[in-house]
Design a protein around this ligand. Structure first.
Ligand SMILES: CC(=O)N[C@H](C=O)[C@@H](O)[C@H](O)[C@H](O)COP(=O)(O)O
Length: 220
């Protein structure tokens, strides 16, 4: 997926496009538009997407637990479901936040590597420190997915943190999160990212509409 655009096709239960069928068509549209990979949430969506496109898939399972803020593939249970489904890369939250059941990232990743050897693993991080730590724990790829979404990274500039990560690790870095224009995506690749994931700016029409309506609001 070198220097490729990866399109994230996700719609959660509370979103208007929540439907595996619709996500499969989003993936098809992304493929026709030149995407080199797809990021998708849930085995149901991934199965549907596989019927429409033959592109590498980054799989996640968003699962909420009452005792943790970690939502992206929080436990080994979700990793197993993705492994059994079969995806090119499994991505998960690799922030330093406590996981469900009080588990730390270290114990989580150790167990994942023991049970699923050979599976490519991608760490969604929010800070340079977390990316360095994830590399030390043996992940294959780090990503800037969670910059701005954690207490430690609130208000952070995604491209600046991305640069910091690229300077600090030796493994491939994927740029992801709030890269909402072709120019920002290009900037991310120019600065050394292996690939760039774009989601909402392509596959969340409610967000796209909002940008237009905000711009025109004062004319009403
Ligand atoms: C923070 C979080 O939960 N991010 C999720 C991760 O899978 C998705 O909701 C994002 O759409 C994805 O990361 C792509 O980012 P953006 O939509 O900003 O291009």
């Amino acid at each position: 997926m070198s220097k490729q655009l990866i399109v994230s096709c996700q719609a959660l239960e509370d979103e208007p496009l929540h439907s595996s069928f619709i996500m499969s068509k989003m993936a098809l549209a992304a493929s026709q538009g030149g995407a080199g990979g797809i990021r998708a949430n849930s085995t149901a969506d991934i199965q549907a997407i596989k019927t429409e496109v033959n592109l590498p898939i980054i799989g996640i399972i968003k699962q909420e637990y009452a005792d943790s803020e970690v939502v992206i593939t929080p436990t080994v249970e979700e990793v197993k479901a993705l492994y059994d489904e079969g995806v090119d890369i499994i991505a998960f939250d690799a922030t330093d936040r406590v996981r469900p059941g009080g588990e730390t990232f270290e114990t989580f990743i150790k167990e994942v590597k023991r049970r699923f050897p050979g599976q490519k693993l991608m760490a969604d991080t929010s800070t340079v420190q977390e990316a360095i730590h994830a590399e030390a724990c043996g992940v294959d790829i780090v990503a800037s997915t969670l910059v701005g979404y954690t207490t430690d990274s609130k208000g952070g500039d995604p491209l600046r943190t991305l640069n910091g990560i690229i300077q600090s690790v030796d493994i491939p870095v994927i740029a992801e999160g709030n890269l909402d224009t072709p120019e920002k995506a290009k900037q991310a690749l120019d600065s050394g990212a292996e690939a760039v994931v774009v989601g909402s700016a392509i596959t969340r029409p409610q967000r796209i509409t909002e940008k237009f309506s905000q711009k025109l609001k004062h004319l009403n």
